[in-house]
Structures are given as structure tokens and as C-alpha cells.
Write a protein that binds this ligand. Structure first.
Ligand code: C5P
Length: 229
């Protein structure tokens, strides 16, 4: 058995990918499997934390021991995360949240004889859950965001990460490179963790469980105080 260095901590983790409905049978989605978030939940629970897992369309089973809240859309994920965050010390936003949702949810199936050869969809921006949570007062002591980028050049990737953590206002950002066969919907991962100053505070590669433990190490080192609000 490993250390129970997260005993007494209340951690909310979002995982998976949201689905934004277009009509009763179709949605806009993404390829997130939820594996990294599920690995985080499993590792945090094993280290003694009480874990709420806000899960959007996981392709893997949720771990035992967690308080599971299943959601589908970005707006549902936001409501569940905000609710759970009220009593949390740590929030980790590992979910792939759709940036946009269809402006209109049709009550009937879109039919191609009506739309013709080209179908245009109007999309509206979803709220940025991570940025909203980070700007709220009171807010959880430690908020961790994820950035999955397809940028191949390491320096450019780091620059994107530094820009993103500043924009989101979270405490740490887990930066990973994704491609068609890397990072997303795969078993292993390759990440760096940035702090608010943009400094690299941890690096890890390997299984999503070992990467999860490296991310949790950063949170333990940050010494999350108990929730005061
Ligand atoms: O801006 P981008 O989507 O790259 O940021 C990724 C991070 O922001 C992830 O932690 C993701 O969970 C979070 N996010 C969010 N709300 C959105 C979009 C992304 O909280 N609408």
C-alpha cells in the first residue's frame, strides 16, 4: 500500500468528454475516453482522499469508492462541478468540455432532404468552467486544469501552456501533447505540470495511473489547506 497523503482531502475530478445534442439522435462530441480522469480518481482515492467524480461519457468503468455524478453536456458538467466544488479542497478539470454547443436543439431529427448538400450549424460558446471556478470567491484551494494541444514543437507547446494558465487563472496546468495516436483515447500519457508562474513543477510519462500519481504529488506538495468557506 502506498502513502495515504491525501487523507481528509476532498477532491472533485471531472473526466470524459461532453456531448452537445443537435437533435434527438445526434450530438457533437470528442474522442476523450475519460481514462486520465478515472486514473486520477482511482489514485486519489487510494491515497486517502474523498473523491467526487463528475463523469461525462466514460469509456472505462469508474473506480470503486468514488462519489459518481454522471453528466452529458457542458452545462450539466458545470452544474455538477460547481455544486461539488462548494465543499472541495481541490478541483481537477480533466474532462474534455465542448467549447461550443448547437445554438438550437431540434425536437425532430434533422432530415437531409430538407437541408440539402450543405448543412450549416450555428454554435454558441459554452461557459469556461475552469476559468469561472478559478475566479470565484470563495473557491477551492487548489484548481488544476488540463491542456491537450497538438503543437509538436516543445517550446511552442510550453508557450501555449503558459498563456493558457494565465488566461484560466487556475493554480496548475497539466500540459500534454495529443495527436491521432497520442494522449487522447490511449493507455499512456506524457505530461508536464506548470505552476502559475509558468514554471515546470513536475514531468511524467507512462501509464495514466503513474501520471495521475505525479499530478497528485504536486497537489500534496502544495499542501492543500482545509476548506474554509
Ligand atoms: O481552453 P481549453 O479547452 O484548451 O482548456 C482546457 C481546460 O479547460 C481543461 O481543464 C478543461 O476541462 C477546461 N474547460 C472548461 N470549460 C470549457 C472548456 C474547457 O472548464 N468550456
Amino acid at each position: 500500500l502506498g502513502p495515504r497523503d491525501l487523507a481528509g482531502r476532498r477532491i472533485v475530478i471531472s473526466a470524459g468528454g461532453t456531448r452537445e445534442p443537435l437533435d434527438p439522435v445526434r450530438f457533437l462530441g470528442n474522442r476523450s475516453s475519460g481514462r486520465q480522469g478515472v486514473a486520477l480518481a482511482e489514485a486519489a482515492w487510494a491515497r486517502g482522499a474523498s473523491v467526487t467524480l463528475v463523469a461525462a461519457h466514460l469509456e472505462v468503468p469508474p473506480p470503486a469508492g468514488v462519489d459518481l455524478r454522471s453528466v452529458s453536456t457542458a452545462l450539466e458538467l458545470q452544474a455538477a462541478v460547481q455544486d461539488a466544488a462548494r465543499t472541495a479542497d481541490v478541483v481537477i478539470m480533466a474532462a474534455a468540455v465542448a467549447d461550443y454547443r448547437p445554438a438550437e436543439l431540434r425536437t425532430d431529427k434533422i432530415k437531409k432532404d430538407e437541408t440539402g448538400d450543405t448543412l450549416r450549424l450555428d454554435l454558441v460558446k459554452n461557459p469556461d468552467i475552469l476559468a469561472g471556478l478559478s475566479a470565484a470567491t470563495p473557491r477551492p484551494a487548489v484548481i488544476v486544469g488540463f491542456a491537450a494541444e497538438t503543437e509538436a514543437d516543445p517550446a511552442a507547446l510550453l508557450a501555449l501552456g503558459r498563456h493558457k494558465i494565465a488566461r484560466k487563472g487556475c493554480d496548475y496546468l497539466v500540459l500534454n501533447r495529443v495527436g491521432w495516436s497520442q494522449g487522447i483515447a490511449t493507455e499512456s500519457n506524457d505530461i508536464v505540470v506548470l505552476d502559475r508562474r509558468g514554471d515546470i513543477v513536475n514531468e511524467a510519462s507512462g501509464t495514466k495511473l503513474s501520471v495521475a500519481n505525479s499530478i497528485l504529488d504536486v497537489i500534496v506538495r502544495a499542501g492543500t489547506p482545509d476548506h474554509h468557506s
